[in-house]
Design a protein around this ligand. Structure first.
Ligand code: F6P
Length: 366
């Protein structure tokens, strides 16, 4: 029997369990493979005692419907910069990837599937370069990986954001208010743009197009002057004003290198109020609601197809690849290519043009 180790790393996302189930089912159908899961990304391998669980048809049955990941995840376990406490109680980081690869080998694993976003796939590549048989499966609700047209979890996040937006429209209308809804999207505005079009926003602010507050308020005033007594705005957490920076704080947790974004909705409210907007302005920050709960059918299917492809790549020994979804087909690319650039939203993208044609303001034009 050959042994596969599966890990889920970074922020969770609806669809992770569907990938795990698909790998287990494929391995079962094919025969000759046993599947194991490392708890909390690779921490399960590194911890003493280890936390590695056998994944079977019976303990993964029906999990494609469930959000989160049954093998847990963490953003504090990067083996390339692993947190280590010094005798004086301060923390430093150390590259323990060699130790990790050795441990995986010692446990008798023949191959590893690492399901995660950009950061996790950088880890996959480093482990591959050290000789580990590894396959990457992309994951992020932000949809910011360039090698794949879509990542599972993204469409679910858009659905959740759109449902919330629809609710804010009715209350905005009742109170003649300006409603600002902040959605996720650190570097790319995919969730914000999709939600703006699906929900019918007047203003959509995204990281790729820094906004001019004068142009935002011009649009708000125009809407009120035209007799439409309310405005709905979608803003991505990574959006920023022309003359400013993103709203972020350094993570407090040891081992988490990511900036914690959030707060642009409230900053924007203050800007709008300061400029003299007479309407009441209210903010909603959706936050992790967008990453929770059951994946919609599309994401279950995409995640399942990606899990099956990961098994096929592994079974044929085609390592160092990341599964992709391009032009309506499941495929793969070298992980090095997958991590070489982000999937930023081009201001020339057809959906940006679509939104502009509907009169949606990105805060850059009157
Ligand atoms: O990268 C995905 C993402 O959902 C971002 O949009 C967001 O900024 C981040 O994760 C939040 O991560 P955490 O779980 O650390 O708060």
């Amino acid at each position: 029997m050959k042994k596969i180790l599966v890990a889920t790393g970074g922020g969770d996302c609806p669809g992770l369990n569907a990938v795990i189930r698909a790998i287990v089912k494929s391995a079962d159908m094919h025969g000759g493979w046993e599947v194991y899961g490392s708890i909390e990304a690779f921490n399960g391998v590194l911890s003493e005692p280890t936390e590695i669980v056998r994944l079977t048809e019976s303990n993964t049955a029906g999990i494609h419907v469930r959000g989160g990941t049954i093998i847990r995840t963490t953003n504090k376990g990067n083996p390339l910069a692993y947190p280590v406490q010094l005798p004086d109680s301060t923390w430093t980081t150390k590259d323990i990837s060699g130790e990790l690869v050795q441990k995986i080998r010692d446990f008798g694993f023949d191959a590893v599937v690492n399901i995660g976003g950009d950061g996790s796939q950088k880890i996959s590549q480093a482990l591959f370069e050290q000789g580990l048989n590894i396959i990457g499966v992309p994951k992020t609700i932000d949809n910011d990986l360039s090698a794949t047209d879509l990542t599972f979890g993204f469409s679910t996040a858009v659905q959740i954001a759109t449902d919330s937006f629809d609710k804010l429209v009715t209350t905005a209308e009742s109170h003649h208010r300006v409603m600002i809804m902040e959605v996720m999207g650190r570097d790319a505005g995919w969730i914000a743009l999709h939600t703006a079009i699906a929900g019918g926003a007047e203003i959509c602010l995204i990281p790729e197009i820094p906004y001019d507050i004068e142009k935002v308020t011009w649009k708000i005033n125009k809407r009120y002057n035209d007799g439409r007594g309310f405005v709905n705005i979608v803003v991505a957490e990574g959006a920023r004003p022309l003359e400013g920076n993103v709203m972020a704080q350094q993570a407090k947790d040891v081992g988490d290198e990511h900036l914690k974004l959030g707060g642009i909705a409230n900053y924007l409210r203050c800007q709008i109020e300061k400029i003299g907007c007479e309407a009441q302005v209210r903010t909603t920050i959706l936050g992790h609601v967008q990453r929770g709960g059951s994946p919609i059918a599309f994401d279950r299917i995409l995640a399942t197809a990606m899990g099956v492809k990961a098994f096929e790549l592994m079974d044929s020994g085609d390592f160092g690849k990341m599964v992709t979804y391009k032009n309506n087909e499941i495929g793969s690319v070298a992980i090095t290519e997958a991590i070489s650039r982000y999937n930023f939203l081009s201001p020339a993208h057809y959906l940006v043009r679509t939104a502009r044609s509907l009169g949606v303001s990105f805060g850059d034009w009157m």
